[in-house]
Ligand binder design. Structure first.
Ligand SMILES: [Zn+2]
Ligand SMILES: [Zn+2]
Length: 258
């Protein structure tokens, strides 16, 4: 059956599902990462009406000084090389149990929603425990680089040791998809965009109302203030999407309650 996806594969990716997977996964990450960060960099380098939502407003804005730009540039090059090598391996891993559908029709919205929710819940649990363990003194050396800045901005979301990135972050992001028998490339692209938005916003330094689910269901979601606080003090709030595990384990701290 001729579908939009099979047409794209044949016309634009030399009929190679592997090539199509790698380009669409990397593009979903890069486009969502840089779109959101462009907006955050604009806020950090201009005086705007969003200044009143800055989390660490008692400190000056993080300007893009040469030392920060150089560190971020190195980190982004390192991240891009690691991701480029990892993406073809990811394609093989996702096809061990079940397969990634690269040519079938776009799944129904209900399938996209339940699969994405499964990815979110699995990632949140694995991320919490991996992050919690990385703060143990014997493992902290792998996580130290991510904590270089106590006043984070969106682009520092990728500041991490390649080992931390592959073992802790990528395994949490992809485990549920690897175990799922049938997953469509479109659902995986939606998942990446949601995950990138979550992590960049958590490091963004702005608590802007209405743009995050935390605004609507504050008791369920972690949001950006707790992760900003995690960077400021180097402990508490180890989760990604939800505050559930932090509350169960007694590691939750809402910065306003200091
Ligand atoms: Zn940490
Ligand atoms: Zn962080």
């Amino acid at each position: 059956m001729q579908t939009f996806w099979s047409h794209c594969c044949r016309e634009y990716f030399y009929d190679s599902e592997l090539l199509m997977f790698c380009i669409l996964i990397v593009a979903s990450f890069q486009i969502s990462f840089w779109t959101l960060n462009a907006a955050l960099i604009y806020l950090d380098t201009h005086k705007t009406r969003f200044d009143k939502y800055r989390i660490q407003s008692n400190k000056p804005k993080v300007s893009l000084q040469p030392e920060l730009v150089s560190k971020i540039r190195k980190s982004i090059v390192k991240y891009t090389i690691t991701a480029s090598l990892f993406t073809p391996i990811l394609y093989l891993l996702l096809n061990i149990k079940g397969r990634v559908d690269m040519r079938g029709p776009t799944p129904p919205i209900t399938t996209i929603i339940w699969q994405t929710l499964l990815f979110i819940f699995t990632e949140d649990t694995l991320f919490y425990w991996g992050h919690y363990l990385l703060h143990h003194k014997s493992l902290y050396k792998f996580h130290k680089e991510h904590h270089t800045y106590q006043q984070p901005i969106g682009i520092v979301a990728v500041l991490s040791d390649p080992l931390e990135s592959l073992i802790q972050i990528q395994s949490a992001v992809w485990l549920a998809a690897a175990l799922l028998p049938h997953k469509h490339i479109f659902t995986l692209m939606v998942w990446i965009i949601i995950r990138v938005h979550q992590t960049v916003y958590a490091h963004g330094g702005y608590n802007i109302p209405y743009v995050h689910m935390k605004h609507y269901i504050p008791s369920l979601f972690l949001g950006c203030k707790p992760h900003d606080y995690h960077h400021r003090v180097g402990k508490y709030n180890y989760g990604s999407f939800f505050s559930f595990w932090d509350k169960v384990m007694g590691t939750y701290k809402e910065p306003d309650t200091e």
